[in-house]
Design a protein around this ligand. Structure first.
Ligand SMILES: C[S@@+](CC[C@H](N)C(=O)[O-])C[C@H]1O[C@@H](n2cnc3c(N)ncnc32)[C@H](O)[C@@H]1O
Length: 317
């Protein structure tokens, strides 16, 4: 049996009872290392904390292993119970559907143990989860590679009156978590980049650069956003404000993400409703009165920061 187990967002104690019980009966425990592990502080110390807590040695499965050598893990799962640990939820943002499909093809039974994901934990900023459009990923720009496909998606979301969650690029923390450089891949030889993660500040700089290139007024430095760092951890930071203000804030250690808030959603929605009412008049009794996309209360909530978090409080304006 292969158990794919979500670890949640905070620390080792966020595992569910079901997940912990599954780990205890497994002969081998692997942990994916390439998505979100930074929130767990996976240095060699962090790893041993997890090992102590779960009472098992953990094999860190870097990207290469998950993508290229997963079959070994799956062969083991054919004859014994194996756990594959994922920070967040196994199907949150980065899905592990590939692994599950490969397991099924090899006749390996799979059980998934869910947990909190960044995709739902962002609800803590107060904006309703129903009001989000497509999530985008912001990759690190290099001198020669500055992809901006996220711009069209943000534009679409904002036209529809929806908020946009931006997930930010990151490379792993320790030597076992490695990302081959583009150059080295082109030469057919893998050389690994040092670990790094994208801050909210870098993401905003890149977003503004792309707006300057496209000039379609999708957003600008006055656009309200919510920057969130280390959601689910004791020292999480959540700050709402215009992009230019968030640029000045030090959000601290990883992981960071950013929400581009759609403040005009109410007007857009009302216009859409009027349009829809015209179209369907006579065919249905009445449309459900929709709540506004963002209320004053929601925005106020977005600037709320958990008590006891000095780092967080100093950012409130
Ligand atoms: C590729 S997603 C992986 C999501 C994970 N599997 C889950 O279910 O939460 C990783 C990105 O999500 C965002 N993220 C994940 N955990 C976060 C956290 N605790 N606080 C803020 N952002 C987070 C960061 O932008 C990070 O680079």
């Amino acid at each position: 049996m292969l158990y794919v187990i979500g670890l949640g967002l905070g620390d080792e104690k966020d595992i569910t009872l079901r997940g912990l019980e599954a780990i205890k009966k497994c002969s081998k425990v692997y942990m994916e290392a390439y998505t979100s592990l930074l929130s767990f502080g996976i240095t060699s110390d962090g790893l041993s904390t997890l090992e102590k807590f779960y009472g098992k040695p953990i094999i860190v499965a870097d990207r290469e292993m998950v993508e290229e050598k997963a079959d070994n893990m799956l062969f083991e799962a054919q004859v014994s119970d194996v756990a594959f640990l994922v920070v967040g939820d196994p199907f949150g943002a980065t899905t592990h559907s590939d692994l599950v499909v490969r397991a099924k093809k090899l006749g390996v039974d799979v059980k998934v143990v869910h947990n909190a994901s960044v995709m739902n934990a962002i609800g803590v900023c107060g904006l309703q989860l129903y009001r989000y459009g497509e999530t985008v990923s912001i990759p690190f720009f290099t001198d020669t590679w500055r992809p901006d496909s996220f711009y069209e998606k943000i534009k679409r979301n904002r036209t529809l009156g929806l908020h946009t969650l931006c997930l930010l690029d990151h490379f792993g923390l320790d030597i076992r978590v490695k990302e081959p450089t583009l150059e080295s891949l082109c030469r057919g030889k893998k050389v690994y980049e040092p670990p790094r993660f994208m801050t909210i500040n870098t993401a905003i700089e890149q977003l503004l650069e792309v707006e300057q290139n496209h000039m379609e007024s999708v957003y600008n430095e006055d656009t309200t956003c919510v920057g969130m760092a280390r959601i689910g951890c004791e020292d999480q930071v959540i700050v709402a404000g215009p992009m230019k203000q968030l640029l000045t804030i030090d959000f601290g250690p990883p992981l960071h993400c950013l929400v581009i808030v759609e403040l005009n959603a109410k007007k857009k929605l009302q216009a859409d409703e009027r349009q829809a009412k015209k179209k369907i008049a006579g065919r249905t009794k009445e449309l459900h009165p929709e709540k506004s996309m963002i209320t004053e209360q929601e925005l106020q909530w977005a600037t709320y920061l958990p008590p006891g978090s000095a780092t967080s409080r100093q950012h409130i304006k």
